[in-house]
Design a protein around this ligand. Sequence first.
Ligand code: NAP
Length: 284
Amino acid sequence: MSEVLNGRPVVAAIQQGIKLEVQQMKDKGIIPTMGIIRVGNRPEDIAYENSILKHCEGVGVMTELFLLEEDIDMTAFVPFVKEINENSSIHGILLFRPLPPQLDIEVIKHLISPIKDIDCMNPISLGRVFEGMQEGFAPCTPKAVMEILKYYEVPLVGANAVIINSSSVVGRPLGMLMLDQKATITLCHSKTRNLSDVAANADIVVTAVGKPQFFGLEYFNENAIVIDVGINECEDGGICGDVNYDQVSQKVRGLSPVPGGVGAVTTSILVRHVIEACKKQFKL
Ligand code: NAP
């Protein structure tokens, strides 16, 4: 039976650190604040927003919500985002994506300054991750994976890590973060040959293909640490990961659950980014 790499204690540890920093800032008269921009009423955005609001409230981070009509056009949207970006009382900005088709993400992604870009939207932020620079904000999901590995003291130096995802929000930046820690990384995708053989040789396997319970026993060895990033709706209507949890948890050394694993940690990373952004803006 494997160790359950639960996200909740990781969240608790991050929150404890945030609370301390928020108090220190408040003592100096600074209130760290996240600006959240939502266009329309997508249920996924609202669910994520609710979890962020709850999280922020729990640690004393302020939030300001900017709700825009689904049919807003570029002429109205661009100056609106620029204004929020220039608002000195907002220290970190989250813009829910995907945006409606009339809003050109190729233009919009440059509007949030890297210093406020807590969700790694601006290509400058992603570029910094690829340069191995520590000053930018990496995407929250890869950072959540790294935080889980750190919390459970999974050694990365020299480890053979296989990431089954090559997207720019998960696989590619995660590869860079693992490389920074001297892991040997393999990025896999839908055209990878003999995927089960590749994965079964790894010390660490990260799955993020978005296919419910896709990965069975043949993908992992007994010593593997498995981090399941997938969030899927399963047949019974509940949420499940990419890994067949019941089977694989009988075999591997450690496995993160879904729900209660990476997703839980992702929000706390986002909130921690607000603190870091705020510190940078006040040169603390
Ligand atoms: P995406 O852009 O669709 O990327 C999926 C990746 O999986 C692609 O690299 C794709 O390969 C690869 N893939 C798909 N089927 C495969 C197969 N049969 N074998 C090997 N590789 C395969 O999705 P995403 O935005 O990165 O998200 C992936 C999953 O992570 C989703 O379930 C999403 O809900 C979840 N997610 C979770 C969090 C969190 O906080 N926990 C955050 C973001 C996303 P190709 O490139 O060749 O198509």
